[in-house]
Ligand binder design. Structure first.
Ligand code: AMP
Ligand code: MG
Length: 419
């Protein structure tokens, strides 16, 4: 096949490309994981509170459990005296009823004894000759945590489609979810192509550069809870690419970088076509990231494989990941309605572009006096690793916007800095 034939004239618009990608995103069944292994996984079922939280009325303070009515009118000048009839520590239960004129010493978290409806904190009381002097009115329910005030039994605690973050673990632990039904994660293969590539720890011979894409893509995958199968690098040689691709095709998703452009040594498309891949699109109207290839590879009996052929340029690679691959993987892993992640911020300078394409600029997003402002990094370029290192976001300039004034509001895709 000639290169001229491979060079399809039409570029797919970013929104259309996203739609095509997401159309292919289906979940892969479910499995059970232990709660302590569930971080980053996505719930496959609603989690229902089997019990209420808290499970019983309990004291929010160290103090005295009393009958509110007994304390009416109490003050420092005219304390009300109640008879101390017992003590309850957290973890214990006192069956004895608190009767009229009585008080029970109670610790934070201990169940409120029958008869009592309020807790007087230690600071508002004093023990004297077996009697408790109460210095203030104890309103009904005062310093009492009601059973079910956190969550009632039978209520939905977390909905299916929730990605488990640390904030969710306490609730799930509290409800006794020792294991959870979560969506399976796809296996993802990483392969970097290019005869110029050497590993990070290898010396740089003339004409060579280090493979940075694999490491960056692996880190981006781990943020989604996916540990990739890294197949390393392969030179621009048809048979070798084919052999590695066959290895990669044991995984559900294949991320292959380099060799998808229109150069003489861009053999990835050729190999994939030989292997029978159905091209769903090739080349998007986006900069950086234009050569992106997306397809479906049938491997007989089992599920079709999804292939993302990423441009080799490191910034293009990241742009394609955050715009297409991350939303795809979020949906495959069952996340419900993943947010598009965009925020709006004020531009610090004017911007101009020549072509009607979606442009992503490495940028610094920061807060200034209560508003978000964003500045493009001084250098832009699909190979500028320092610009990416300075960036915490991409400015997304839409296809049909050719000019933006300083101070105008633009859409920004934060890159996330938590891991
Ligand atoms: P390609 O998409 O193969 O035409 O590569 C575009 C540019 O990205 C070239 O300058 C390559 O040297 C560079 N490149 C390709 N793969 C990698 C990689 N894994 N790490 C860093 N740079 C790469
Ligand atoms: Mg190449």
């Amino acid at each position: 096949m000639t290169q001229a034939h491979l060079a399809a004239p039409r570029l797919t618009g970013v929104e259309e490309a996203k739609r095509i990608v997401l159309e292919q995103a289906t979940t892969l069944g479910t499995e059970r994981v232990r709660l302590e292994k569930s971080m980053g996984r996505v719930l496959a079922q609603d989690t229902i509170a089997a019990t209420a939280l808290p499970p019983f009325d309990n004291s929010a303070m160290d103090g005295y459990a009393v009958r509110s009515a007994d304390t009416a009118g109490a003050s420092r000048e005219a304390p009300i005296r109640l008879r101390l009839v017992g003590e309850i520590a957290a973890g214990r239960v006192l069956q004895r009823e608190v009767g009229r004129g009585e008080a029970v010493k109670i610790m934070t978290g201990a169940p409120l004894p029958p008869g009592a409806d309020s807790v007087v904190m230690l600071e508002e009381a004093r023990l004297r000759e077996g009697m408790v002097e109460i210095f203030a009115d104890a309103p009904p329910g005062g310093h009492v945590r009601r059973a079910g005030e956190d969550i009632r039994g039978g209520e939905i605690a977390l909905k299916a489609g929730t990605r488990i973050r640390f904030q969710h673990l306490g609730l799930l632990a509290g409800l006794g979810y020792a294991t959870l039904a979560v969506y399976r994660r796809p296996t993802v293969a990483l392969l970097a192509t290019g005869s110029e590539l050497v590993n990070i720890d290898e010396p740089l011979m003339p004409g060579k550069i280090r493979n940075s894409n694999s490491l960056v893509l692996a880190a981006l995958l781990r943020r989604l809870g996916i540990e990739p199968v890294d197949l390393g690098t392969v030179i621009d040689e048809r048979n070798l690419i084919r052999r590695q691709m066959e290895q990669a095709a044991t995984c559900d998703v294949i991320l292959i970088s380099g060799g998808v452009s229109v150069g003489a040594h861009d053999l990835v498309k050729t190999v994939l076509r030989e292997m029978g891949m159905e091209t769903l699109f090739w080349r998007v109207n986006m900069k950086p990231g234009k050569p992106l290839l997306f397809g479906r590879l049938s491997v007989g009996g089992s599920r079709d494989r999804i292939v993302f052929g990423l441009p080799g340029n490191p910034i293009s690679c990241v742009a394609c990941f955050v715009v297409f691959i991350a939303p795809y993987l979020k949906r495959v892993t069952g996340e419900s309605e993943p947010a598009n992640g965009l925020v709006r911020a004020r531009l610090t300078q004017s911007l101009r572009k020549k072509e009607a394409k979606t442009v992503l600029l490495t940028a610094q997003l920061r807060e200034d006096a209560g508003t978000l402002v964003v500045a493009p990094t001084p250098q832009q370029g699909s190979g500028m690793l320092t610009s990416l290192a300075q960036a915490n976001a991409f400015i997304v300039v839409p296809e049909d916007t050719m000019q933006l004034e300083a101070g105008s509001v633009v859409e920004v895709l934060p890159l996330g800095g938590d891991s």
